[in-house]
Design a protein around this ligand. Sequence first.
Ligand code: GLU
Length: 461
Amino acid sequence: MSKVRVRFAPSPTGVLHLGGARTALFNWLFAKHTGGEFLLRVEDTDLKRSTEESTHAILDALQWLGMEWDEEPIYQSSRIEEHKAALNRLIDEGKVYKCYCTPEERQVMRDEAKSAGRTFIYDGRCDGKPDQSDKAFVWRFRISKEGETVVEDLVQGRVVTPNYEIEDLVIARSDGTPLYNFVVVIDDAAMGITHVVRGKDHLTNTPKQMAIYNGLGLPIPKFAHLPLILGLSKRLRSAGIESYREQGYLPGAVNNYIARLGWSHGDQEIFSDAELIDKFDLADVNRSEGALNVEKMEWINQQHIMATSREELAVMVTPFLSRAGIEVDAEDPRLPQACETVQLRSKTLVEMAAKMKFYFIEDDSIVYDEKAARKFFTEESKARIDGMATALEASQDWTAQAIEDAVNGFCESSDLKLKHIAQPSRVALTGEATGPGLFEMMVVLGRASVLNRLRRACGGE
Ligand code: GLU
């Protein structure tokens, strides 16, 4: 097989949704798995709807997801001369004709077909008409109505279309502005694309595009049409990758999740990018639609957070802490330590930042959860907290073990069980009744903060 060259060809008319990201991902994985190339083509010929802002958003999202592309992105709008040259060739070779039918006339044809119970296929009535220089026209590409067109789709299998069902398609407006089904062929051929991997919504375009390849004498690439993604609520449908980033998803988790929408490898659920590349094969893409499920996505994110090193998490969580009003120096050694204490219980980086916020606020700024304070700050437990603070102050070392020994020693001498002081001191240290393991948390907080916070709670503030 010659070197695989695939492309992702977004239209920059909005943000990159999960569906688009999955198309990009499958192209990227296929390229990486086969040692091929992954190219980008920005389909920006619809000048009214395309924006630079959207192009940037899409490229940013791809970069954040780690899908680095090879070569410079191609902007379709810059290739207009090539498109016009190809049209002129087809005109010279007599493979296209001018169609003068007005939208009203086409509507009549459509209505007739409907009342006769047929699918509307333009009947080629303008083919061979003499030139009518005063009338508006479009260029139609003539398609033989004999035989059938077969797509050997790498995902959908063999898809056969009788040629009488493929209408002579409009490939350019009268001013020579070429249209999608035409330019996609010219550009894919010019970019040396070997496999066109895209959404199943394009499957009906493929026989038309194959006719154009033949008309232009170009080699036809292989096709793989991916199942659509269902179960998208309007909110999820309109959410761009950027919004998942803001909600605290890890790029690897988003890739893992969208890969599993339509692809599987045994019953494995969690994949790193490297594993996806290693295991991905177009042959394992399902034909059935994938359905979105937010709980599953959160679970996958949690698994990825669990598998990420505390140093990497420290870098990732910093902007989320900042958003929560906590500025922490990137070099602060407590940052990775704090991450480690909460990483097993966080579904997103937003949640993680909320859980570790208490480490970094001033000792006298801890706000006690009202219910927890009422329950755990009784006079009796305040006295116990005070006693524990004194025991901790005397501890020689400040390791989890030394802290545990000091606390156990205090419990024994006071005839208490750990449970009598664990919750009260947790509320004193964090403001909440739930949180990381007591001893590991105290190590990260440091002796001075621990003593300050315990004593502040005893002070009855
Ligand atoms: N620009 C087209 C789209 O966004 C892509 C078409 C293709 O992949 O051939 O749907």
